[in-house]
Write a protein that binds this ligand. Structure first.
Ligand SMILES: C[S@@+](CC[C@H](N)C(=O)[O-])C[C@H]1O[C@@H](n2cnc3c(N)ncnc32)[C@H](O)[C@@H]1O
Length: 289
């Protein structure tokens, strides 16, 4: 018998616990929010699966044609569902595609939970979210800080409108802004937490200017290693921040930072600065200038 959404959600939580028990253990609010938020409510009826089929194309999952397969995908812990390709130039109505120019997605549950775990928002925090997407992460955040404390910026007007409707449908009314998230949203600054669900090569200066003292920025940062890294930064309230890279992730870039820039110009170490020592007991790799 096909599983219900609630059953699949519980199963998905078990998988998250297996992969990363700490995420829910350390943040009980996140467990409660995840259990109470219907991810299927935010998922478009037709999405692309994130992996190619044998024919080399990304298949379409259709809620009406195969509801069980669609719902199973919604609650697959390590699967992002692709909701837009090439800024909308490739249409999901046209079926499977070979294009991997993914420009919007419903982030995978494992990564969403990982990010909110690291963000560690507190009740009543003013939060700026960059990249509203479907609105699913916004809903989880709202359960912790209250929807009225959230400003979420999405560059694609159609995507933003849909997310606003979906959030409103659950009685949630955050401030949804159509705009370039690299500019933040000064009208509602300052913010205690900033979370971006699109990757940057360089932290936009506007973000730094709109954060409160001791505010936290969590964003995927492009790296020279073939994946992005989650940067967790503490802000000084005067335009500077510092912190650590806490996890490897993969995100689509913010629209304004799709081009390539030299790693050195982005402040990265040079590869010759990495020193490797190895013996029979193991190896050690660290920066040595
Ligand atoms: C990975 S998706 C968002 C996922 C979302 N958290 C969810 O689970 O539905 C990234 C989103 O960032 C948006 N985006 C890209 N560049 C942006 C920018 N400069 N400002 C605001 N949003 C941007 C894309 O349109 C896309 O919807």
């Amino acid at each position: 018998m096909a599983k219900t959404a609630a059953g699949l959600r519980r199963q998905c939580m078990d998988t998250i616990d297996t992969y990363q028990g700490g995420y829910f253990h350390d943040r009980p609010w996140l467990r409660t929010a995840f259990a109470a938020t219907p991810r299927e409510h935010f998922t478009p009826d037709r999405v692309w699966w994130h992996q190619r089929a044998e024919d080399g194309r990304y298949p379409v999952l259709d809620r009406h044609a195969d509801p069980d397969q669609w719902l199973q995908a919604v609650y697959t812990a390590d699967a992002a569902l692709v909701t837009q390709i090439a800024d909308g130039a490739v249409r999901v109505e046209d079926g499977p595609t070979t294009s991997n120019d993914f420009t919007s997605s419903l982030s995978c549950p494992l990564v969403v939970v990982n990010m909110l775990h690291h963000l560690d928002p507190q009740p009543g925090d003013a939060v700026l979210e960059i990249g509203t997407g479907t609105g699913y992460s916004t809903a989880l955040l709202a359960a912790r800080v209250g929807a009225r404390n959230i400003t979420t910026v999405e560059i694609d007007a159609t995507i933003a409108e849909r997310a606003r409707d979906k959030l409103n449908g659950l009685g949630l009314a955050p401030t949804v802004v159509v705009g370039d998230g690299e500019q933040g949203h000064p009208a509602r600054a300052s913010y205690d937490r900033l979370i971006s669900t699109a990757a940057v090569q360089r932290i936009p200066p506007a973000w730094l200017d709109q954060m409160s003292t001791d505010g936290t920025i969590l964003t995927p940062l492009a790296t020279p290693f073939g994946s992005d890294a989650l940067a967790l930064l503490r802000c000084d309230g005067h335009g500077a921040a510092e912190g650590r890279l806490v996890a490897a992730v993969n995100f689509m870039p913010v629209r304004g930072q799709r081009g390539h820039r030299r790693w050195r110009d982005l402040g990265w170490f040079r590869f010759p600065d990495l020193h490797v020592t190895v013996d029979h007991d193991g190896q050690d790799i660290r920066i040595q200038k």
